[in-house]
Design a protein around this ligand. Structure first.
Ligand code: ATP
Length: 388
């Protein structure tokens, strides 16, 4: 059984009448890399600040390592925080910045020296001891901030968009580094981000937040392969959603009848207790074939016309209009021998096929309004870079 390091029980945070965090229950395990992922304003930072003690909950309970810390100030919690603005002391050397927490605890000099060296080695900055914060890059400053936070050996490290100020390439590099560091020190990390790729790269588990709650919690693969709400499906990558009615339930796969009377199948367990649903399918799970090619036995099929093809190098992205009017996005990997002439072009009639096991199911918006239902745009209608 995993040991629970951080527990939130029915936590609510209101600012005046506005509810920032809306009855959250959460358990983060010891040694876990756990992310709170969601769009701006969904309550992730507020949740993190309550764990850190920078904000008091309006109601609810917060436990760290089995101890109620709900009303304790930050310095009485065995927790440290790394912010996006890493706030190093500009007048102190890198050594003294990292040593800061130990100096305050009156740790003796020889131990400070050894521990600072150990930390700078961990973040791959040995030899930088005598520099000042103005003499290092943004990525290096973030590493120093990390070393400074870890030197006190907190039970839990809270990270609030720590890579937000870095350029994309450096971010990607630091994501791999952060994961390595977390595994090396074995400390529980709770990481706040609005970047789905970032959360998926590093996390053991992710809570996908929307409007003060989390809609789904799981490991990256299950969130991507089996999202249970429109919001989650749309926030973690592109998804095609086909509304329909459950038509048959017997056996391994359920049949879902779409508006144009086509029946597509999905794992039966996913439609339990539901009637009106939307069947989801990720763009890379769909195969495009000649209209006259046979569909592999047991696979779902739709017919449509290619409306647009965008050559992206590693893959080609197609927009296909199905006969019932639905627009689907399809990715096809460009294998070595593929030349532009072998790609599908606009106007071609195609058959779309996929395995029923690759279908997922979310509640249909009409019968189960999701929290975002009244918004003019839901995340699944947005391009990834627009979703933050
Ligand atoms: P972002 O990614 O933009 O930081 P977030 O998901 O971290 O967003 P929070 O910062 O937790 O969101 O904010 C949640 C909600 O609470 C927002 O509507 C925000 O405006 C509100 N809020 C946060 N802090 C305060 C405050 N001190 N006073 C009033 N409202 C606040």
């Amino acid at each position: 059984m995993p040991v629970v390091d951080v527990r939130l029980v029915d936590v609510v945070k209101k600012f005046g009448d506005a509810v920032a965090v809306d009855h959250i229950d959460l358990e983060v395990n010891d040694g876990e890399f756990f992310s709170l992922l969601g769009p701006s304003g969904c309550g992730k930072t507020t949740t993190l600040r309550m764990i850190g003690g920078f904000e008091e909950p309006t109601s609810g309970l917060i436990e760290l390592q089995g101890r109620d810390v709900t009303w304790l100030p930050p310095y009485q919690r065995n927790v440290n925080t790394v912010f996006q603005s890493y706030a190093l002391f500009p007048h102190l050397t890198i050594f003294e910045n990292v040593a800061f927490g130990l100096r305050r605890k009156k740790v003796k000099d020889s131990e400070i020296k050894a521990r600072v060296s150990e930390m700078l080695a961990l973040v791959e900055l040995p030899g930088y001891e005598r520099r000042k914060p103005t003499q290092i890059s943004g990525g290096q400053a973030q590493r120093v901030a990390l070393a400074r936070a870890l030197i006190n050996r907190p039970a839990v490290l809270l990270l609030d968009e720590p890579l937000g100020a870095l350029d994309l390439k450096l971010r990607r590099q630091m994501q791999v580094e952060l994961k390595r560091i977390q595994q090396e020190v074995g400390i529980t990390f709770i990481y706040v981000t609005h970047d789905q790729e970032e959360a998926m790269t590093m996390s053991d588990r992710i809570a996908v937040m929307n409007k003060g709650r989390y809609e789904q919690l799981g490991d990256p693969e299950s969130l991507y392969e089996r999202p249970t709400t429109r919001f989650v499906a749309g926030f973690l990558g592109i998804s095609n959603l086909l509304p329909g009615t459950v038509d048959s339930r017997g056996g391994q796969h359920a049949g879902i009848r779409l508006a144009d009377d086509t029946v597509v199948r999905a794992p039966a367990a996913l439609v339990e207790g539901r009637d009106r649903v939307a069947v989801g399918i990720r763009p890379e799970k769909i195969r495009l074939r000649e209209e006259t090619d046979p569909t592999p036995a047991g696979h779902n099929e739709l017919f449509g016309v290619v409306k647009d093809a965008s050559y992206l190098g590693v893959s080609t992205q197609y927009q296909v209009e199905a006969r019932g009017g639905a627009r689907l996005t399809v990715y096809e990997q460009n294998v070595q021998r593929a030349t532009k002439s072998e790609l599908w072009s606009a106007g071609e009639a195609v058959r779309l096929t996929w395995s029923p096991d690759h279908s997922f199911v979310v509640a249909d918006q009409a019968s189960h309004p999701s929290p975002g239902a009244t918004d003019p745009t839901t995340p699944d209608q947005l391009e990834p870079e627009e979703r933050s």
